[in-house]
Design a protein around this ligand. Structure first.
Ligand code: KG4
Ligand code: ZN
Length: 338
């Protein structure tokens, strides 16, 4: 039978990415990150959209070249429809639409949040994918959700953040620790050298499976204000312990909600996704659960955790098989429920 080559395009936030799949296998996954936002300590939507415009053609070219095919070999094009920044989404969707029109091949729209969880079906690891139903946990700079995944495209959010996303908590508290944006990976690095029990930050009291991180942020802020009044060098002198104490609190918050979710649903398969899944404290805590035979844990390869087009490509393949195509009238959605 003929091989299907699918191009996936992701442009929802500040990474321009293109991936080429041969059926469920990744042939290439190119990501152009945007350094322009670093100096502002966060993503500037206008600049993101402009950078996507500059990156999209070379990134797609590179992805095709690395895959060893030309655009004429493509069977379909998948793109991120939402959620995300409107100006950023429009660059990817316009590009995908033009190319599908020119090549006369089907167009496939992808929900970015579903895609973060469907990376577990990429065929390039020795481990088996989770079986339905499983609990998907999307933890990123923009989202914090516990999702009941009943089928590829049948998902239900059973818990989410009421305020800041988990990655935002890392980035904002990291900023208070004078770490550069995005601070998540930096906090992770310093945590390894610090004492997680040195400082005690407030654990939020949120009902059910929902999360809140703004209270933790405030608790860190007040604590630092008090300490730096006594010792202006407090932060730099205690950086590792601050990071370790903060990170262990976040891990604690996440794991206790997952305990609750497992109890409530009876589902013991946990599959994570999103940039914060790269966090070593979270990975260790999940693997410990696995070793204790409590949960069956699925952790994606690092390159499939942060925003990337392989996650769009795998959904492209899954929808291609089911003939779930869309048309040129499909509008981008800044908010797009899972
Ligand atoms: O999925 P992603 O690339 O973009 C969004 O869709 O948000 O996630 C980026 C987020 C940032 O907040 C970043 O600080 C966080 O993921 N992050 C981490 C780590 N690596 C990335 N947070 C904690 N520990 C890490 N190792
Ligand atoms: Zn994302």
């Amino acid at each position: 039978t003929k091989n299907n080559y699918i191009l996936g395009i992701e442009s929802s936030c500040d990474d321009t990415s293109a991936a080429v799949f041969c059926d469920d296998k990744v042939l290439s996954n190119i990501v152009a990150t945007q350094d322009v936002h670093k100096q502002y300590g966060g993503v500037v939507p206008e600049l993101a959209s402009r950078a996507h415009q500059q990156h999209i053609v070379p990134v797609v070219d590179q992805a095709l070249k690395k895959a060893g095919i030309t655009k004429n070999d493509l069977s379909a094009i998948a793109f991120t429809r939402g959620p995300g920044l409107m100006g950023s989404l429009l660059v990817g969707s316009s590009f995908a639409k033009s190319l599908s029109l020119a090549l006369e091949i089907p167009l496939i729209e992808v929900n970015h949040m579903q895609a973060h969880l469907l990376v577990h079906f990429i065929n390039d690891t020795n481990s088996k994918p989770p079986k339905f139903p499983f609990l998907g946990v999307t933890i990123s700079g923009g989202h914090t959700q516990i999702v009941k995944v009943k089928d590829y495209f049948d998902m239900e959010v059973i818990g989410e953040t009421l305020d800041d996303a988990i990655g935002e908590a890392f980035d904002k508290c990291g900023k208070m620790f004078n770490l550069p944006y995005p601070a998540g990976p930096q906090i992770d690095k310093h945590s390894k050298l610090g004492d997680p029990k040195k400082f005690e930050f407030a654990k939020p009291n949120v009902k059910g499976l929902d999360f809140s991180f703004s209270g933790l942020k405030t608790s860190v802020l007040y604590f630092l204000q008090k300490q730096t009044k006594l010792n202006p060098n407090f932060i730099e002198e205690n950086l590792n312990d601050l990071c370790a104490s903060f990170q262990s609190k976040v891990v604690d918050i996440l794991i206790s909600k997952l305990n609750k979710a497992v109890k409530q649903t009876g589902i013991k398969q946990i599959a994570i996704g999103g940039g914060v899944s790269a966090n070593s404290g979270i990975r260790e805590a999940l693997l410990e659960k696995q070793q204790n035979n409590q949960w069956n844990v699925f952790i994606p390869k690092f390159e499939y955790c942060t925003d990337n087009a392989a996650m769009i490509g795998i959904v492209g393949y899954l929808k291609f098989k089911q003939h779930l195509f869309t048309d040129l009238a499909t509008a981008s959605k800044a908010r797009y429920a899972i």
